[in-house]
Design a protein around this ligand. Structure first.
Ligand code: SF4
Length: 61
């Protein structure tokens, strides 16, 4: 499994979805953007502050 760049808060957020392209790059997609337009589909990373952050199960807060 390839490592991916650090995306800040998104890396520990339940709403993150990692998207891989054919050239080997990895992008951090915010699934909140599907329902809530105030969240960009691909937030500018690293995300340092986000009101929508929710920890993944087992993630330390
Ligand atoms: S809700 Fe915030 S922290 Fe979570 S994936 Fe979206 S932009 Fe990242």
């Amino acid at each position: 499994m390839a490592t991916h760049p650090r995306f800040g808060l998104c890396d520990s957020c339940v709403h993150q979805q990692l998207v891989h392209n054919t050239r080997g790059s990895t992008f951090s997609l915010c699934r909140r953007s599907r329902e809530q337009p105030e969240y960009p589909r691909y937030p500018r990373v690293p995300v340092l502050e986000c009101a929508g952050w929710e920890p993944r199960k087992g993630e330390r807060t």
